[in-house]
Design a protein around this ligand. Sequence first.
Ligand SMILES: Cc1cc2nc3c(=O)[nH]c(=O)nc-3n(C[C@H](O)[C@H](O)[C@H](O)COP(=O)(O)OP(=O)(O)OC[C@H]3O[C@@H](n4cnc5c(N)ncnc54)[C@H](O)[C@@H]3O)c2cc1C
Ligand SMILES: NC(=O)c1ccc[n+]([C@@H]2O[C@H](COP(=O)([O-])OP(=O)(O)OC[C@H]3O[C@@H](n4cnc5c(N)ncnc54)[C@H](OP(=O)(O)O)[C@@H]3O)[C@@H](O)[C@H]2O)c1
Length: 469
Amino acid sequence: MTDQRIAIIGAGPSGLAALRAFESAERAGTEIPEIVCYEKQDDWGGQWNYSWRTGIDQYGESVHSSMYRNLWSNAPKEALEFAEYTFDEHFGRPISSYPPREVLWDYIDGRLRSSNAKDKVQFATAVRWVQYHRDTDTFTVTVEDLKTQTTTSSEFNQIIVATGHFSHPNVPGFAGIETFPGVVEHAHDFRGAEKFADKRVLMIGASYSAEDIGVQAYKMGARSVTLSYRSKAIGHVWPQGMEELPLVERFDGSQAHFVNGEVREFDAVVLCTGYLHKYPFLPSDLSIHSSNNVYPQGLYRGVTWQNNPKLHYLGAQDQWFTFNMFDAQAWYVRDLILGRAPLPSADERAESIEQWTQRFKAIASEAEEIQFQADYIRDLIEQTDYPMFDLDSVVEIFQAWVNDKVENVLTYRDKQHRSVMTGTLAAAHHTPWLRELDDSLQRYLSTPPKDELEKLLDQTETAASAKTT
Ligand SMILES: Cc1cc2nc3c(=O)[nH]c(=O)nc-3n(C[C@H](O)[C@H](O)[C@H](O)COP(=O)(O)OP(=O)(O)OC[C@H]3O[C@@H](n4cnc5c(N)ncnc54)[C@H](O)[C@@H]3O)c2cc1C
Ligand SMILES: NC(=O)c1ccc[n+]([C@@H]2O[C@H](COP(=O)([O-])OP(=O)(O)OC[C@H]3O[C@@H](n4cnc5c(N)ncnc54)[C@H](OP(=O)(O)O)[C@@H]3O)[C@@H](O)[C@H]2O)c1
């Protein structure tokens, strides 16, 4: 058991959950296998490790993070809170329900800051290829040290893939877009909406990126924001200056023609068309081939590759729950690896996959999808010693959040929710989200002078009274 070697690929929230899971077993006196975590960036945090760069990074690698300036949590932090490291423990006082990126990075980092987890991570090291050997039941992992540009290979008994799936953009084409004279970018390359001030902006897509980048553009003073949907409108009560139209049929110069016959003129287009599951370091028979959904095929209990149960994925699902789901997955995978959780036979695993797949296929609404993910997490936690938490109350928090957004997408981040882990009610942030232009940790934790806040609140009231449907 202990002469096993485990490779974790990626040190974002999922990879860090795996490091934490093993660390917690070790703290409790269990001998753990040798663990090597490969991370291609210079620091951990995955998506939360912001980069101003787009396209290619300083090492010539594709930039991983799709996050941008002024990105605040898009769901209540009470829905993602770790069950064994709470916000109260980290910040020592209540904070608001929708913190900005740097604050959440600090929370993720803080959980492992005082451990020896960093010693297990090889930073600036990209995994290039993973090869399975049937005869020895082991994997060869070939990596490149990006600083020295040297490749090396070593052997592992099990692999945990934690590379995320919101980094390889899905970029569809649209007739005539090649001669659109303004900026055309994918959400992956969007870094801030200041450039959209006084511009007419088109978001193509009807999910989180379209909604949030659209609202960012509004916040930064865009003249108009149009969202274009393919299957289903987001359907919020949009503020004046924002609207939703069906899909773009074609572009003609700076004009977009929509399938319902409407025509609009734009200065910029953001393709908020989602991401591809892509694992360029894995052969196709070990890779997920799926759309972005809550039950990608081929994974027993959503983590273990059915056709090779020594390969595991964390965070491969579309995500309502995030950090605490990654924990539940990591604890379960750890226990499989430690032999604490039995690995059922291939037939039993197939039967389990089939049952969950049937339930997944029957999902008919957003509410059912949230409940599905809560039940999925409950099933995982029941197999481990990860602290069980009140998942049904988190489902209610999600429902309240969905309703708040439909009602007013500009103010939902000013609402407060109660932690199911500690019972703590979130603080009200000192500044309404719409008026807050500084997303730094320092500003977030500060107490701005009263007169500055009064001025901001006056502006907010004026903006709110101008809001119509
Ligand atoms: C724009 C955006 C906003 C989001 N906002 C929120 C939010 O508000 N709240 C929320 O809960 N979730 C949010 N998410 C969801 C986000 O996916 C999760 O919070 C979380 O970051 C997923 O963690 P992960 O570790 O699975 O993947 P990632 O965070 O993507 O981390 C994967 C890691 O793997 C590394 N890696 C990739 N390939 C290799 C390789 N070949 N070799 C070595 N290392 C590699 C990457 O560098 C990265 O560090 C957002 C996602 C996006 C794209
Ligand atoms: N913190 C934040 O504020 C924030 C901001 C942005 C993103 N995120 C996170 O980032 C992740 C990804 O979100 P996402 O919105 O980028 O991706 P997503 O949820 O996968 O949605 C992709 C969208 O693209 C549309 N689409 C795909 N192909 C299309 C085509 N050919 N034409 C038109 N539309 C097309 C889809 O439409 P269909 O419905 O028709 O398939 C869908 O609306 C989520 O986890 C989200 O939480 C968070």
